[in-house]
Design a protein around this ligand. Structure first.
Ligand code: IMP
Length: 433
């Protein structure tokens, strides 16, 4: 298989975990390029449910090299907890490496996030409260700590000084008492360095060697295009480069080594946290869809907001990421509907809008324009071929592909690995065999 990126095409939670898991058996390396433990990638294997937050989903396949990139922000407490929980279920970590350049999430980042969210009041972002944003702020502000710093414990107190000053300045302005125990923090970090040290390395070198040996790499994205710090609905975004562009900068792999991109879209749209969701359904129908789709955050348990499929944002994602093919997830959640609205454009102050506006205030003021497609009112759950789908479901899939300008090569009809249709006419068909 070529080196392929798997990235979310909406606001996250599209089901990347399942697709990464499915394709992982066809590659030698799975490498994650962005985000932290704000992500929750759910994989169900033989009825067993695994939720991965930091570790690439390839870890569930023995013998695959798993890489955590420099574009990630890593909370070492969360990482060790996840490793321990997986180890207790028999997962081995022999082949897990962590970028020496990845930044650390430390306790003061969570405290700073709580202050920032409180100050925003009604414009709060509804973050996952994991310290993600402040850790990326420290990175860009050049006062962050990186994994490599864990390898020289004697330098830790000095390296923490600037971050500490910045944190205490903000506490003072917000009239808060700083409550980070910095001495204890250094002791903890020394322990992490001793335990994680053997895994910390220059992953760009590891990846380039893998390429030289003819190995295939799957690049795993977290969050999604509409949450990307540059291309998402700013400021209601996460703080990393979640779109395909993040692969090169988040792993140190040249863009010329990326061969193809697979986008993941849900058959409808969901979003957690604040920010525009033009096709939000509201009322009991939204609740019903949430219930049928089990739309609750894998990391925070928050109910996800649900909307109809939005072809404006999906088309934008296809263009922005250059997706070669899409995997359509959770088709079966729509089974009971007699009619399914699909957003084909927006109306703003009487004008038709076909491209996603940059100004979030404009997006918030947009009214969706719907095309109503016939539902199939029949079960598709667990279908494994296009022929097993009702005619109206096939038409729904074809219409979405037409509207977004990209083939739909995979259709997922249930949570298990096997509830999947690999389409024989897909550009990727040869790699799915
Ligand atoms: P943060 O990433 O915790 O800073 O949160 C910023 C925004 O991204 C919030 O709206 C979160 O709900 C959203 N977000 C972050 N990670 C995920 C994810 O993995 N799935 C869906 N939404 C996410």
């Amino acid at each position: 298989m070529p080196n392929i990126v798997v990235a979310g095409a909406q606001w996250g939670d599209e089901g990347k975990g399942k697709i990464v898991d499915l394709l992982a058996s066809r590659v030698q390396v799975v490498a994650r390029y962005n985000g932290g433990h704000n992500a929750g990638h759910t994989v169900i294997i033989g009825g067993e449910r695994y939720v991965l937050h930091l570790i690439p989903a390839g870890i569930l396949h023995p013998g695959i090299l798993c890489v955590m990139g420099n574009g990630m922000v890593i909370d070492p407490w969360a990482l060790e907890k996840e490793m321990q929980e997986l180890a207790a279920r028999g997962i081995e970590f022999g082949d897990l490496v962590i970028s020496d350049r990845a930044h650390l999430i430390l306790p003061h980042h969570r405290a700073l996030e709580a202050i920032a969210e409180e100050r925003r009041g009604s414009r709060r972002l509804g973050t996952t409260s994991r310290g993600i944003g402040p850790a990326y702020e420290d990175k860009a502000g050049r006062r962050g700590l990186r994994m490599v710093d864990l390898l020289t414990p004697e330098t830790l107190p000095g390296k923490l000084e600037e971050a500490r000053r910045h944190y205490e300045d903000i506490c003072r302005a917000a009239e808060r008492t700083p409550d980070v125990d910095w001495e204890r923090l250094v002791t903890d970090l020394v322990g992490f360095g001793e335990r994680l040290g053997p895994r910390i390395c220059d992953v760009s070198l590891v990846l380039q060697r893998a390429v030289a040996q003819g190995h295939s790499i799957l690049f795993e994205g977290a969050q999604a295009t509409l949450l990307d710090v540059d291309f998402g609905t700013y400021p209601y975004v996460t703080s990393s480069s979640a779109a395909v562009g993040g692969v090169a900068s988040g792993l140190g792999i040249p863009p010329t080594r990326i061969d193809a991109a697979l986008g993941i879209v849900k058959a409808y749209t969901t979003r957690v946290g604040s920010g525009p969701l033009p096709t939000e359904i509201g009322g009991s129908l939204e609740e019903e869809l949430r219930r049928r789709g089990s739309e609750y955050g894998a990391s925070t348990g928050r109910p996800r907001r649900c909307g109809w499929f939005d072809a404006v944002i999906a088309r934008y994602s296809v263009r922005m990421n250059g997706f070669d093919s899409l995997a359509l997830i959770k088709l079966d959640v729509l089974d009971a509907l007699a009619e399914i609205p699909v957003c084909i454009g927006y109306r703003h102050r009487g004008e038709l809008v076909s491209e996603l506006p940059a100004d979030v205030a404009v997006v918030e003021a947009c009214e969706p324009v719907y095309e109503r497609l016939p539902g199939w009112s029949a079960p598709t759950s667990g279908a494994r071929s296009m022929d097993a789908l009702p005619e109206a479901a096939r038409r729904y899939i074809d219409r979405l592909a037409e509207l977004v300008g990209c083939e739909i090569g995979i259709v997922s009809t249930g949570p298990d690995r096997h509830d999947t249709i690999f389409r024989s006419n897909s550009r990727f068909a040869a790699w799915f065999d």
